[in-house]
Design a protein around this ligand. Structure first.
Ligand code: ZN
Length: 309
């Protein structure tokens, strides 16, 4: 479009002007243009990072601390993590005690940006875990609550980057639509299963909100944090419950050691149905995004619950 003449040795454009125009053309044509102006943000774990990316799109660069298949509950932040978030304007966290290491990280990094708790405005369930009353932090397993998290994310991004406000709002709306479709689909998968058969066993209590949304009872030898140890008494109880009630829906999780669930299954003489993705996305192609993760879990749970007696 700049029509550089070939006939003469010297272009009609001066070298300096040419460089400037090429730079301008590249800037206009290439998506890399956004990179210079992208809003740098952090997210504490993979699921949240995926949702922030869904809302932030091309305007946002997201650094993730706890990656796929990793356990946020027992995570230990490293100096590299401090470096990772130190350049970000916003740091998105789940809150409700999910990131027990957060206060230490914020202090160590003297985090200069803004901490955004995405569960703000949502009322947590409390439960008793090893004698203490704690909040259940796993709201991200309920797409209805994720819609509120999406709005919190869009509001924080818009405040930090007002020029992108309409963009974020549009993307948030479209993601909420995808979540609505997912809820409708999930209800259809669960509806045919009689309520009495809707029981699932997993490693830790990560699915309380999911269970409440879809009328499923989740049993787990570990509490709401993988940090808590399953007591021998609880494990023996679960084995008895499985034997007595004919529960067949027994799952491992992608973030935790499968041994405990395998032992329970063996002692109760049932098979393990595979894996649920609890607190992290996966390297497995079936759960590289939150929407995929949710679909996998519902599909697996629905199929397994049909075998319950
Ligand atoms: Zn958890």
């Amino acid at each position: 479009m700049f029509g550089l003449g070939k006939s003469s040795g010297k272009s009609w454009l001066g070298a300096g002007r040419f460089t400037a125009l090429v730079a301008l053309a590249l800037a206009l044509a290439s998506p890399a243009q956004a990179q210079d102006t992208r809003l740098a943000v952090g997210a504490s774990f993979s699921i949240l990072s995926d949702i922030v990316k869904a809302v932030g799109g091309d305007r946002v660069d997201v650094a993730t601390l706890v990656g796929p298949d990793q356990d946020t509950h027992v995570y230990e932040p490293t100096p590299a993590d401090v470096a990772k978030i130190s350049g970000t304007k916003l740091f998105f966290v789940n809150g409700l005690g999910f990131e027990g290491w957060l206060p230490r990280l914020v202090k160590a990094s003297q985090y200069p940006g803004k901490l955004i708790t995405v569960t703000k405005g949502l009322k947590p369930h409390t439960m008793v875990d090893e004698g203490r009353t704690v909040d259940d932090p796993h709201m991200f397993q309920d797409p209805e609550r994720v819609k509120v998290m999406v709005d919190n994310i869009a509001a924080a991004l818009s405040q930090a980057d007002p020029a992108g406000a309409a963009y974020y709002s549009e993307r948030a709306k479209s993601y909420r639509g995808a979540l609505d479709d997912l809820i409708t689909w999930a209800n259809k998968q669960i509806a045919p299963i009689p309520p009495a058969r809707r029981v699932v066993l997993t490693s830790h209590d990560a699915f309380g909100y999911l269970g409440q949304r879809f009328g499923i009872k989740f049993l787990a030898p570990e509490g709401v944090s993988t940090e808590s140890e399953a007591s021998a008494k609880d494990v023996a109880n679960l084995i008895r419950v499985i034997r007595r009630t004919g529960i067949r829906a027994v799952f491992m999780e992608n973030i935790s050691n499968p041994r405990l669930v395998q032992r329970i299954a063996r002692d109760a003489r049932v098979k393990v149905d595979g894996k649920l993705y609890s607190d992290a996305l996966s390297q497995n192609p079936e759960a590289t995004t939150y929407l995929q993760l949710f679909q996998h879990n519902i599909r697996a749970i629905a199929a397994a619950m049909k075998e319950n007696r």
